[in-house]
Design a protein around this ligand. Sequence first.
Ligand SMILES: [Ca+2]
Length: 221
Amino acid sequence: MKKIVLGLAATAVFAGAAVSAQAANPHVTQIPDGVIPAVPSAEGGVPCDLLIRYDDGGDDTPGSGPTLGYYAGQDHQFLGIRSTAPAGGSFLVQSAGWFSDFWILPGMVDVTVTEIANPANSATAAINVTDGGTFEVVFDTPICVPGGADYSVMLCPRVGVYGVVGQDFNSPDARSYWSPDPCDLVNLSTSEDYMIWSCVTECGPTPTIESTWGTLKANYR
Ligand SMILES: [Ca+2]
């Protein structure tokens, strides 16, 4: 297994050089030999009153995907989406998730949601990722955003952590972004939707169950 990872890292160095010459496309990673891609799961295990996602739930590229995380030395790429809360009222971003068909280097991924017009309104939850699959987090202190407001959902692997995110090429919504740095909405992808999502519920008086959300995390294949 270690040999596979090292061989892939060498490949990534050359791919990274090609990308920097073009600077117009996200870095992409191919699945290591012998690894079987994960299949997206239909049902989540975290609170989800209203699912907001722009992909169709299927990965159109099993075995390759836009790189997420640290793929060669200090070369890294982060992925995220721009989501819009429903109109009217205000909405709590209660959970967020994504699908990876395969993962290269295990470790912690920070998932950050931020109201774009008010960046101080932000929340982060971390999850340990060791393999491909569907991953979801809930937030200890979830943010409340105005109805109709845009907020980002960013996946920010910590140093040395590396995988991919699923891609959907049907009817792209121009909401998926990649960034060499920082972990923010930088470069818009117009050809695909990344398989990244979030769930919202109406903001209201603090419910008693909210105190238990911080400990709830889930990952499943
Ligand atoms: Ca893929």
